[in-house]
Design a protein. Structure first.
Length: 288
């Protein structure tokens, strides 16, 4: 992982922690290469998950390390989620890493699982928000004192002005837990309004990631992420997708692209997730 505050506490004693891949200003290239080599020696493969908004010099560092080591056992997985959503995804991959999936399946599962993370924030202003489409009308409203906006970045972008008659954000239709990280905005709207509307099973607090104000364009926010918390459900979700072998590097994968070498599938079949894997209210897969 590229930031220590994106490593959430484990959900149980079996969930391993994540290694931190330091930024160039925090660690010289030679010791960074040594650390990666040690990780490969200890674990066999490394899945480096990093945000799409990572600073360019840090992203170049990751590619440089993989190039110097000439290793096909390092997967660089770029994720287009807000910081708290990425933290949730990292923990889910940590949970899956102890299962009987191959490294290629765990790495390519990141794209699948990101579609089941409802990541957003409550903001006092959208004037500087450039990650989610914002209308001119919403921009104008953001200058009104006391305005608040609920924004969902994924899996589908949404934005509503919070108020008594406002339409709620469209949430997941399966059972989730809600992770909440408070910035400098004093509001209980997420816990008192959003959580009941989404029928979440539990609400948990987290620290606000250091990059969240930059991602959302304001430090006055409450970030949230609804997610699948249980390993058995995550396991069946990943196991339900057809597995393929990469024609270039021979790694196992799910989806349409290898996470280790980025090669697309040779065959053009659409690998859609089977319908009915998740049911609202239970989070359990359907019976036979």
């Amino acid at each position: 992982m590229t930031s220590a505050d994106l490593v959430l506490p484990p959900t149980d004693q079996q969930t391993p922690t994540a290694a931190l891949l330091q930024a160039p200003q925090a660690q010289a290239l030679e010791p960074a290469i040594g650390d990666m080599h040690l990780l490969l020696e200890q674990h066999g493969h490394v899945i480096a998950l990093y945000p799409s908004g990572l600073r360019p010099e840090h992203e170049r560092r990751l590619h440089s390390i993989r190039s110097v080591l000439e290793s096909d056992r390092i997967a660089l997985v770029k994720v287009d989620l807000p910081p708290l959503g990425i933290a949730v995804l990292v923990r889910q991959l940590r949970q899956l890493s102890i299962c009987d999936f191959s490294p290629g399946v765990v790495a390519s599962a990141a794209r699948l699982l990101s579609h089941y993370i409802y990541a957003g924030a409550l903001l006092n202003s959208v004037a500087r928000l450039d990650r989610v489409p914002v209308s001119l009308k919403s921009h104008a409203k953001s200058w009104v004192p006391g305005s608040q906006f609920a924004v969902l970045a994924g899996p589908e972008a949404q934005l509503v002005k919070v108020g008594p008659t406002a339409e709620p954000l469209k949430g997941p239709d399966f059972a989730t837990h809600l992770l909440v990280a408070k910035g400098n905005l004093q509001s209980d709207w997420v816990q008192e309004t959003l959580a009941p509307a989404w029928k979440v099973q539990a609400v948990h607090d987290a620290g606000i990631p250091s990059d969240s104000p930059r991602w959302w364009g304001t430090g006055k926010l409450v970030e949230f992420a609804a997610h699948l918390p249980d390993l058995p459900v995550l396991y069946q979700l990943v196991a339900s997708v057809r597995r393929e072998k990469c024609h270039w590097c021979a790694m196992e994968l799910i989806g349409d692209r290898c996470a280790f070498c980025s090669a697309p599938l040779a065959a053009p079949e659409n690998r859609a997730l089977p319908a009915g894997v998740l049911h609202r209210g239970t989070g359990e897969p359907p019976g036979p």
